[in-house]
Design a protein. Sequence first.
Length: 385
Amino acid sequence: MISTWSFPNRIVFGWGAIGQLPATLDGFGGRRPLVVTDPGVARCGLLARVTDLLTDSKIEHSIFDRVEGNPTEASVYPGVDIYRSEHCDSVIALGGGSALDAAKAIRLKATHNLPLEEYDDLKNGGDRISADVPPMIAIPTTAGTGSEVGRSTVITLKATGRKTVIFSPHLIPSVAIADPELTVALPPHLTAATGMDAMTHNLEAYLSIGLHPMCDAIGIKGVEIVARNLPVAVCDGRNAEARTNMMVAAIMGAVAFQKGLGAVHSLAHPLSTVAGMHHGLTNAILLPHVMRFNLPVSRDRLTDIAVALGVDTHGMGADSAAVAAIGAIEKLNNEIGIPKRLRDAGVSAEMIPMMVPLAMADGCRLCNPRPTSASDMEELYRAAF
């Protein structure tokens, strides 16, 4: 069954929902979209599924398929050039978080003339972003970032030397088409890494500072859904129920982290720029170490997380339950094949001094429940190394 939801944007959700792409595009007058994706999506045939739908509906379109795994300006400005030269009027983003984020930045630059660094969230750059952006359809092919419903894009910029968050309600895609069938071909290691990205979004949002009961409710339920379904999706990629539930959890994570994230993400972003690591994989490895760091100030919430992870906390005190939550995440990582250490994923000790200042410059840590210093961040890197 295909459902249409209206929170936080319009979401067309369900097995086979991709078939509604032409009608969805027509709904806001899109006549010549730019399809933004990455080489992997093109190679596996998913791009052809989208372009065939457009061609069959006689919708002229252009393609930019050179988005990098950790997008930089090279994933943005050439796409902007194609958008303008081909007189496009809308954007279709197809892929994981990188493709969706790059498409948001292309969408922004299609109508906004300042350099990307001027829209940096740390500089209140969102105030410079207006509603004057072309319509966008986001079609995720992974169940991880939830970027299809998010209001941010993360791009590594030369001017800042780091993964830079650009954040504005105007960047939320006009429509998300969330079709779990598109994730069936995702290999187990990417299912695991992207799934732990969704876990981290939900879990960090629940722990983050600030008052946002709605995000808390979504985040804690998202933790439960990932814990129940990710091992199944990794083991049996064709399990429709697990794939559907993981896509739900990814969407929930992106909604929940509008409250904020935490130190996991501030530590993870430099690992993408310096070490070239997959973002979800870095989150998975770092998550239990940051949970342990936060334990002194987050006992009660970690107890809630333990319950959501399936831990029987009956008779446990808050400290024991919090420790059990950390153990449950470590057990989940092990079950789905996540490496235990950063060094197992190609990180060298020499990279750590380079990453600490980048992590400190990342705004996600400002919402961490326990304040972080440079020495804290270095110790967390070394604990995970």
